[in-house]
Each structure stands twice: as structure tokens, then as C-alpha cells.
Design a protein around this ligand. Structure first.
Ligand code: LHQ
Length: 243
């Protein structure tokens, strides 16, 4: 239910249940958690991309889950290990979003650093329509990315919004035409995979640092490290010798 491919420094983690619009079940979520750990550990993978096979990114939790399941335990055991693996990932994490993204599928997409979105995508807040709260880290990321009152109001409404509205909300990094989507996503990821890995990782770390003073302290460490890389030295030499 998960497909992993590696190409040109990019590790692709693809939800692969297209017949159910990549509804997330226990098997898929556990496979995805292991797959994430594998991609994180793989030195040849510089950038990780989450995508869905077929006509959707993901329709959220598989609703054929047993009705009397304890959802608290289910979140703890099945979702949270994946949510933590996404959140703790030091490599760039990109979500490529097309078709439909709903419920917990949306929450996972919001954990990415960057979202490349096809224009016809529909974003569904789904949860409240079935009497549930937003979960899988969704509320945390929503209020980080967009105005908290708009996020809460959207989640209360259960509305499905189009990609332009999602862009106005701040959930879209790059909005691309449907026929250009796959190419744009691949080019974005592969270009990032070619940058200095130390600078890419350092940049992500610095953008996550909360306090001003801690940020200054950390940039000292990162820039020291970056300054010693071969890629930086060569670039400086090329500039100074006007090559
Ligand atoms: C699905 C699903 C799906 C199973 C499409 N499950 N089969 C919840 C519970 C517990 C703990 C943890 O957290 C959560 C959080 C959540 O994620 S709650 C939100 C769950 N998601 C939804 O409520 C969305 C449900 N799906 C839909 O509303 C529609 O399928 C959308 C609007 C996404 C797409 O509609 P259509 O384009 O008309 O496609 P479809 O409905 O015909 O779906 C195609 C197939 O996929 C169909 O199966 P079938 O065997 O009849 O062809 C659907 O049953 C199946 N499918 N979503 N979440």
C-alpha cells in the first residue's frame, strides 16, 4: 500500500491505494512510518516527497475502521509514530498534492515543509462532518500556517475549499496547472536535492528555531560548517576567478 522509489537524490513515498483514493488504514500507516525511517537513514536520499497514486493525494482515515475502535489508542499507536517521523525529519519534506486531500490526509500533507499543489485539488476539512476533531497533528500545523481563527472556523464548518482558497489561507507553496504538476514537483525536488546538503539541512533547522538568541547561536554553528564544505569553497573560487 506504499510505494518507495529513489531517483536523482529524491526519495518518493507514495500512498498506493488508488481504488480507495489512498484512504489511510493501519497497514498503510505502519508501512509509511517504516518507509520514512528508511528514507531518513538513506544518505543518497537528499529530499523526501509524499504523493498519492491515482486521482487523489489521500481521502483521510479509512472509514471502514471498526466503529467501536478506541480512536485515542489508534491515534497513539498508528498515526503518531508517522506524524513524529515526519516532524522530526531533518531533510526537506515536500508534499505533492493533487485531486482530493481530506481529513487526516490533509494533516499529513501539512507536516511537510513545502506543498506543491495542482490547481484542481480540493481540500476537505471532513472531520467535523463525521463528528470528530481534526487530528494527526492537523490543528498544530493549521495554526502554524494560517490565521488561527480562519483555521478553526474552517474546521468547524467542514467545508471543502479549492486550491485557490487554500493558497489564500497560506497552505500552498506553489500552485501549478494540472498538466504541469508532476513535472513541476519533480523539478522542484530534484533541484533541491542538488543543493549543498549541509546548507539545506541547516536552513531547515534555522527556520525552526523559536527564539532570536538561540537562532543566532545556531547560525554560528551552521555557517561554520557550511563554510568548510567543498561546494562552498568551489563556488567562492568560481566567483573570485570570474568563472
Ligand atoms: C474511502 C474513503 C475513506 C474508506 C473514499 N475511507 N474508503 C478518523 C477516524 C479515526 C481515527 C483517526 O482519525 C480520523 C480522521 C479522519 O481522517 S476523518 C476524515 C475521513 N475522510 C473523509 O471523511 C472523506 C471520505 N471520503 C469522501 O468524502 C469522498 O470519497 C471524497 C470527497 C474524498 C471523494 O469523493 P468521490 O470523488 O466521489 O470518490 P468516491 O467517494 O466514489 O471514492 C472512491 C472510492 O474510495 C469509494 O470506494 P468504492 O469501493 O465504492 O469504489 C469510496 O468508498 C472509497 N473511499 N474515501 N476515507
Amino acid at each position: 500500500t506504499i510505494q518507495i522509489t529513489r531517483h536523482n537524490g529524491v526519495g518518493w513515498l507514495k500512498w498506493n491505494r488508488p481504488e480507495k483514493l489512498n484512504a489511510l488504514n493501519e497497514t498503510l500507516l505502519k508501512e509509511a512510518t517504516e518507509a520514512m525511517k528508511g528514507l531518513v537513514a538513506d544518505e543518497d536520499v537528499r529530499v523526501i516527497v509524499l504523493v498519492g497514486e491515482g486521482r487523489a493525494f489521500s481521502s483521510g482515515q479509512d472509514l471502514t475502521i471498526e466503529g467501536d475502535a478506541d480512536y485515542g489508542t489508534y491515534l497513539e499507536d498508528v498515526y503518531h509514530p508517522l506524524v513524529r517521523a515526519l516532524e522530526s525529519c531533518k531533510k526537506p519534506l515536500i508534499a505533492g498534492i493533487h485531486g482530493v486531500v481530506a481529513g487526516a490526509g490533509l494533516s499529513l500533507a501539512l507536516a511537510a515543509d513545502v506543498r506543491i499543489v495542482a490547481r484542481s485539488t480540493k481540500f476537505s476539512s471532513a472531520f467535523i462532518k463525521i463528528g470528530l476533531v481534526a487530528d494527526a497533528g492537523g490543528p498544530y500545523h493549521l495554526k502554524r500556517l494560517m490565521r488561527p481563527d480562519l483555521a478553526l472556523s474552517w474546521m468547524w464548518s467542514g467545508r471543502t475549499i479549492d486550491a485557490e482558497q487554500a493558497e489564500r489561507f497560506g497552505l500552498v507553496t506553489e500552485l501549478v496547472e494540472d498538466d504541469a504538476y508532476t513535472r513541476a514537483l519533480t523539478e522542484y525536488a530534484e533541484a533541491l536535492a542538488k543543493q549543498s546538503p549541509v546548507a539545506v539541512e541547516g536552513m531547515k533547522a534555522l527556520f525552526r528555531t523559536e527564539s532570536f538568541e538561540a537562532g543566532l547561536e545556531e547560525e554560528i554553528q551552521w555557517q561554520r560548517k557550511c563554510g568548510q564544505t567543498e561546494i562552498h569553497r568551489q563556488a567562492m573560487h568560481a566567483f573570485l576567478t570570474k568563472k
